[in-house]
Each structure stands twice: as structure tokens, then as C-alpha cells.
Design a protein around this ligand. Sequence first.
Ligand SMILES: Cc1cc2nc3c(=O)[nH]c(=O)nc-3n(C[C@H](O)[C@H](O)[C@H](O)COP(=O)(O)OP(=O)(O)OC[C@H]3O[C@@H](n4cnc5c(N)ncnc54)[C@H](O)[C@@H]3O)c2cc1C
Length: 326
Amino acid sequence: MSQGILVIVEHNNAKVNRISIEAVTGAQKLAAATGQPVYAAVLANDCSAMTTELSSKKLDKIYAVANPELADYTPDGYTVALAQLIERIDPAYVIVGHSYQARDYVAKLALRCGGALMSDCIAMNADGGNLTLTKQVFAGKFNADYSFSGEATCFISLQAAAYNADELESGSASVEDFAVNLNKSDIRTTVLEKFEGTKKDVDLAASDIIVAVGRGLKEEANLEIAEELAKALGGDIGASRPVCDDGWVGADRQVGSSGQTVSPKLYLSLGISGAIQHVVGMKGSKYIVAINKDPHAPIFDIADVAVVGDLFEIVPKLTEAVKAAK
Ligand SMILES: Cc1cc2nc3c(=O)[nH]c(=O)nc-3n(C[C@H](O)[C@H](O)[C@H](O)COP(=O)(O)OP(=O)(O)OC[C@H]3O[C@@H](n4cnc5c(N)ncnc54)[C@H](O)[C@@H]3O)c2cc1C
């Protein structure tokens, strides 16, 4: 019978991605609930930096899948290599972060392994023996629960911030090299020059404090008051979509269904109405403070602290108070 939880770890220039750390955290929690071992797999030409990074985490084993054809990510390379690893260890669950890369190859991998994929899940619950997976549906308006049937390996991708990377458990993990049979002829795509769609000057997913601005700020010149507050708090500026569309801030600062999913310790929203497409990207924040002049603004439904008032009066005073407190 299939046994164990395998997390496929994604990396960027040999540094493990945050979404994979969150996936490992989720796997550790699932392991605690099911008593199953947790394995991690890293794929690269040289896996040493990632195995070193992961070896101090609570994992039963790290599989280092090193091959020159895995120097760059390709869907064929990852599918061929991982199908061999999965055949060898026969895990009950394969877990990945729901990244663009995972979207590209994991459904194909699941099919290759005779399993099924439940993608973009926000929670895994193994109470009572059966695994239930929760997904958001209708643009985050509802949550729906799903479960797998049959004996095949279950593939699960987890939405960014579904699990809190701060809760990752430390430990000591052994590393096993896994040699794959992978050749140039297995890979049908050619990797050209890499580029970033948006030049990022901030990684909001890693921010502890976000001061997010919305259309209530009225015009770009007023951004300054939010920036002052963000500076006083030591936070980063986030934004609703219209603010990014209007070019007040870069697209990498957009929070929501077509932007970033964030989970800072503090999310301070200024003049944001709380449309579902925005909320879906920030409702995992630990503490939400919302300032809006409309007492019925939907953002207040999820705010820990609701401040009804004019942001142009409140924010400068708040900034002064933060500076004074420091
Ligand atoms: C397919 C799709 C994807 C989308 N993706 C995203 C996404 O990723 N992220 C996103 O944010 N949106 C997204 N949207 C847009 C979303 O539906 C909303 O239109 C958007 O979030 C609204 O932005 P806002 O809250 O800044 O503006 P508004 O809805 O116009 O709200 C402005 C708020 O400011 C308040 N306000 C005004 N003046 C003041 C003041 N002086 N003091 C205090 N408060 C004030 C108002 O009461 C109001 O609540 C998407 C939409 C679609 C259709």
C-alpha cells in the first residue's frame, strides 16, 4: 500500500522557494495527523545547496535528484525524473506549492503516475482517517471540500499562504541521491534566455507588514502619505488592482486573485473596498486593520480592526503616532 508524503521542492537559483517551504509545513502537519513519513525531492544539476538548506528541517528523507538535464526546469524533464522517483517510493501523497511551474507540469505528472491532481487547495484535513481537501470556488466566495477515492497516489497543489512557513518544524534529515534515467531526447522543449514578466522590486509574499492602498487614495500624488506610514512601520506598499492598472505602483505590488497572495503579520488597508478578488489574496493575513469611510465596506467583514473614517485625516496622525511610539 502507498505510504508517505512526498513534497516536490521548487527553487530559484538554488534557493528553496517560500511556497515550497509552506508546502513542507503543510506536509509536516498532514504527517502529524496521519503518522506518515515526509520526504522532500529536489531536482537540479547540483542539489547540494537545497539539500543543505533542507537538512535541518523535520523530514524523514531528502531525495537529491541530480542530472545535467535538470539544470533548467522543463516539464518533460521534471515529469520523467519525478515519475521514476514516485514509482520507486510509492507515496500516498505528492504535495507541491501551486506555483506557475507546478501548474505547468504536475497534472501531466499525476496522469503519468496514474493518479489525480487536486489543485490550488487551501487546507488539508485528515481528521477521522480520510483526507479532505478544501478549495475556494466562485472566485473565493465559497469553500468546497473534496476527497480522493481509489488507491492511486494523490497529487495536491497548495495555494500560496495556505500554510504558514513560520510554523515549519526543524529537525534533521538524511539525504539520498536518486539517479534518474533522463536524456536530452526525453526533453522536447528548449530553454532560452530567462526573463521575469515583471521586474520585481519587492516580494510581498515575504513581507511581514503591508500597507495596501486602494482607489480611496484618489490620486497618485497621495501615495506619499501611505509610503510615510509604511516607512514608519517598516513595511511594504501593496495595492488593489485599479491602483496598479493606473500605474501608481508596479504590478508586482498587486494583491488579489490576479496578483499576489500574501500573509503578512499586519495588513493595513487604506481606501480599499474589499472586493472578493482583492480579499482572496490577503485574507490569510494574521492581523488586518482597515480604514474606509464607508461603514458598510466589505473589507470590514474580515478586518480585525475596522476604522471608519477619512484616510486623509487618519493616516498622517497614525504615522506620527507610530514614529512617536518608536
Ligand atoms: C477577473 C478579475 C480579477 C481581479 N483581480 C483583482 C486583484 O487581483 N486585486 C484587486 O485588488 N482587484 C482585482 N479585481 C478588481 C476588483 O473587483 C475591484 O474592482 C478592486 O479590488 C477595487 O479596488 P479598490 O478597493 O481600490 O477600489 P474601490 O472598489 O473603488 O474602493 C475604494 C474604497 O475607498 C473608500 N474610500 C474612498 N475615499 C476614502 C477616504 N477618503 N478615506 C477612506 N476610504 C475612502 C471607498 O469607500 C471605497 O470602499 C479583479 C476584477 C476582476 C473582474
